[in-house]
Design a protein around this ligand. Structure first.
Ligand code: PLP
Length: 415
């Protein structure tokens, strides 16, 4: 029998956790807020809010530049988050952790710094049909600039990648495979390890968009063996405007800088500039220092709860949400993959997604309605929009019951 780790025995105490998140206690026109829009952005615990406040009150200075007291403190805090992110993602070295504004900037960085340096006409970039626009548009810009071609890995009606088709598409022309770990529309958890192994067999590098996975799954970039992995701070209980790009050091060393400016240089003359080693080569200008420091607190918060406990609790909630939503007549769930995270996208026969969102809002329930920045995916399913309820560890079964009541109200109004 496999011994159960202490981590596995930990349980989420949801009532206690909810006290840490002030925004969850908002009332919407007299009703308690039911926040089910976590895939768009998550709420922030007090420790993260306090870390931001504490930074501006007692620690504010620019990093890496000053020799004075506050600058040393700010630099230490900033670099401590790099260490935390390194441990959290299990990278080989903190030098593989680059701070960015979020996933969008991280993907643009790779597309620009790796793509422009290494792609040539005829090369192929494989992207899945379920990518967010953030993992499509930067590659289109690079393809236009280099003459490389984008090819799309198809999915089945459940929202799972067709791995046989993927394998057939792989060739020596394949240079980059870009894949979302968890789809922000379908909730599909993609088999990243398998995809990476296959891509490496033809010499391609793999970029994984981890916007939706990092808050919900234990991520080990060494075990996955991905070449690049992107993190969005604001989806994992940290402030907006901050995130991480993980990249294998040997690749980062070969890449061209993404932006030029202060702090990423070793020497500058009007004739020639030399650059620092990664990660600083990719961190031009003054970063979002308070955001980075607070992201360190968000990592602490998640680690204190325990990723296994988070996963187990969210899985239980997700099963409940799917069971209950299936009871509502006239609903079609978009995304029914076997491996699925706590997220339900759906359409109703009686109402448009925006109407669903509006009626639910009148009941105090926050869901997202629209194309979710995945227009090609909407087209694949022959729809223009979905309503999406996305879960976090602070949600409860009672909140799911309120959502279901809200959906019956939508039916009542539009039938
Ligand atoms: C799958 C996915 N990728 C990328 C992004 C963009 O992330 P960020 O807001 O950090 O730029 C999002 C945000 O919605 C997302 O869901």
């Amino acid at each position: 029998m496999t011994p159960i780790s202490t981590e596995n025995k930990r349980k989420i105490d949801v009532e206690k956790i909810r006290k840490d998140f002030p925004a969850l206690h908002t009332s919407v026109e007299g009703r308690p807020l039911v926040y089910l829009d976590n895939a768009a952005t998550s709420q922030k615990p007090l420790s993260v809010i306090e870390a931001t406040r504490e930074y501006y009150i007692n620690q504010n200075a620019n990093v890496h530049r000053g020799v004075h007291y506050l600058s040393r403190i700010a630099t230490t805090l900033f670099e401590e988050t790099r260490e935390k992110a390194h441990r959290f993602l299990n990278s080989r070295s903190p030098n593989e952790i680059i701070f960015t504004k979020g996933c969008t900037e991280a993907i643009n960085l790779v597309a620009y710094s790796y793509g422009r340096a290494f792609l040539k006409p005829g090369d192929e970039i494989l992207l899945t049909n379920m990518e967010h626009h953030s993992n499509i548009v930067p590659w289109q810009l690079v393809a236009e600039a280099t003459g490389a071609k984008i090819r799309v890995i198809p999915i089945n009606d459940c929202g799972e990648l067709l791995l046989d088709e993927f394998e057939k598409m792989l060739s020596e022309r394949t240079k980059i495979v870009g894949c979302v770990y968890i789809s922000n529309v379908l909730g599909t958890i993609n088999p990243i390890k398998e995809i990476t192994k296959k891509a490496h067999e033809v010499g391609a590098v793999v970029l994984v968009d981890g916007a939706q996975s990092t808050p919900h799954l234990r991520v080990d970039v060494q075990d996955l063996d991905v070449d690049f992995y992107t993190v969005s701070g604001h989806k994992m209980y940290a402030p907006t405007g901050v995130g991480v790009l993980y990249g294998k050091l040997d690749l980062l060393e070969k890449m061209i800088p993404y932006q030029g400016g202060g702090d990423m240089i070793r020497t500058v003359s009007f004739e020639k500039t030399t650059y620092k080693e990664p990660p600083h080569k990719f961190e031009a200008g003054t970063p979002n220092i308070a955001g980075v420091v607070a992201m360190g607190s968000a990592i602490d918060y998640i680690e204190n709860l325990g990723m296994d406990a988070i996963q187990a609790y969210e899985n239980e909630l997700s099963i409940y949400a799917h069971e209950r939503i299936a009871e509502v007549p006239g609903i079609r769930v978009i995304g029914t993959a076997k491996e699925k995270a706590g997220l339900v996208s759906f359409v109703m026969d009686c109402a448009h997604a925006h109407d669903i969102g509006t009626i639910l809002d009148s009941e105090g329930i926050a869901v997202r309605a629209g194309h979710h920045c995945c227009m090609p995916l909407m087209e694949r399913f022959g729809i223009s929009a979905t309503a999406r309820a996305s879960l976090a560890f602070y949600n409860t079964k009672e909140e799911i019951d309120i959502l279901i009541k809200g959906l019956y109200k939508v039916r009542e109004i539009f039938k």
